[in-house]
Write a protein that binds this ligand. Structure first.
Ligand SMILES: Cc1ncc(COP(=O)(O)O)c(C=O)c1O
Length: 384
């Protein structure tokens, strides 16, 4: 492995790390110790509120504040992110902005390596006139760029892809896809759940139209805090049918229909925000901001390169791209019986998971030491 740089891994801030080698950041990040205080602060505000003062004092604005922090991680401007209940709802919110039958464009381009919600949500739009093209992957690891570009045409309204695949850690070439899509008048949505907090994101610079994701994995936050980024100059053109009173320009007027969407990114909200979820994500976000995603990405690449070399030298089948520029923060390794191997590794205090067709998923984050990464691969060698 290339020499370890001097970075503060802040291990004492993650109590879970004492129980073993945590390589599960693609699934469930470890809770920061400070989340306990943050959740207590939530309880305090709740306990002491009388009538609506907790809302007036902090809760109403909190969603926008957390949204702006997440926008920073995505490389977007303040005011570009609306918190959502989860990434699947964020995606449905975007889907509900399109008029497939009347707009003259009704094709959605997606890929075989995307998270299942992607195809479920787009499939459900077929009854509204959408046509869904799922770009195939021959090896289950990559979707060749030329096949994605080929699928984008003048009928395409949206190209919706995982930035990094949950299945193989394959990372798409964003700039080439955005360029082609925009040339054809199509928009681009990236599911960045597997890249935000692990890979540097440049929403504004890339000119991406939408990003969706959530906080529980690489961002070390709690569950049920999804997010939706919408390119600022696109926001006012869209009127999501998946909506509610919080998206109204004057929600406390409780006006009758028709809906009058807020001018801000809040037009993509629905109902009452999940306040506990917002409290649960602040400590993790703070740590990720302070460590810095460029540092996290460099560490991830240094260790995943070594892990892949280690696996290939032993003749194991690696189900992630070899090229670091086509990869996110995880390494997928084929084993004969994934669930059994996950259990045997857990008995040795190495925590990973597996997915059908790709085998084990292993994800070193900045808080893992090099010794942990070496030890985890050593234990795997013994068990294989
Ligand atoms: C790439 C990706 N997208 C979406 C999801 C699902 O997100 P949610 O449960 O917030 O809808 C996951 C993982 O759970 C994922 O890995």
């Amino acid at each position: 492995m290339k020499p370890e740089p001097q970075i503060n891994r802040r291990r004492e801030e993650f109590p879970t790390l004492a129980s073993g080698i945590h390589l599960l950041s693609h699934s469930l990040g470890p809770v920061p110790r400070a989340a306990r205080e943050s959740m207590l602060a939530y309880y305090e505000a709740w306990e002491h509120h009388t009538s609506e003062d907790a809302w007036a004092a902090s809760w109403w604005e909190m969603s926008a504040r957390v949204g702006d922090r997440i926008a920073g991680v995505l490389g977007g401007a303040p005011g570009s992110v609306q918190i959502q209940p989860n990434a699947s709802i964020a995606l449905s919110s975007v889907a509900s902005c399109f008029e497939f039958e009347t707009a003259g464009r009704n094709k959605i381009v997606t890929s075989a390596l995307d998270f299942p919600s992607m195809v479920y949500v787009w499939d459900a739009q077929r009854t509204l006139g959408a046509i869904v093209e799922v770009v195939h992957s021959d090896d289950g690891i990559v979707v060749p760029l030329k096949h994605i570009l080929h699928a984008i045409d003048d009928q395409t309204c949206l190209v919706a892809l995982s930035h990094v695949s949950f299945r193989s850690s394959y990372r798409v070439d964003v700039e080439a896809i955005v360029e082609r899509a925009h040339q054809h008048g199509a928009l681009v949505l990236l599911d960045v759940y597997q890249s935000a907090g692990a890979v540097e994101l440049k929403a504004a610079e890339w000119d991406v139209d939408f990003m969706i994701g959530g906080t529980i994995k690489w961002l070390c936050g709690g569950p049920a805090c999804g997010y939706l980024y919408v390119r600022p100059d696109l926001q006012k053109d869209l009127q999501p049918r998946l909506t509610g009173w919080v998206a109204h320009a004057a929600p406390f007027d409780f006006s009758p229909a028709p809906m009058r969407y807020d001018e801000s990114v809040r037009r993509f909200a629905q109902g009452t925000p999940s306040i506990p979820a917002l409290y649960s994500v602040l400590p993790g976000l703070q740590i990720i901001e302070e460590v810095g995603v460029p540092t996290i990405q460099a560490e991830s690449q240094r260790r995943t390169e070594w892990m892949i070399d280690f696996a290939l030298e032993r003749g194991w089948k690696v189900n992630s791209p070899r090229d670091v520029n086509q990869r996110g923060g995880s390494v997928m390794i084929h084993v004969d019986d994934g669930p059994a191997m996950v259990n045997r590794l857990a008995e040795r205090k190495v925590f990973v998971d597996c997915r059908p067709g790709v085998g084990l998923r292993l994800s070193p984050h900045f808080f893992n030491t090099d010794e942990e990464v070496r030890e985890a691969m050593g234990v795997l060698r013994e068990l294989i």
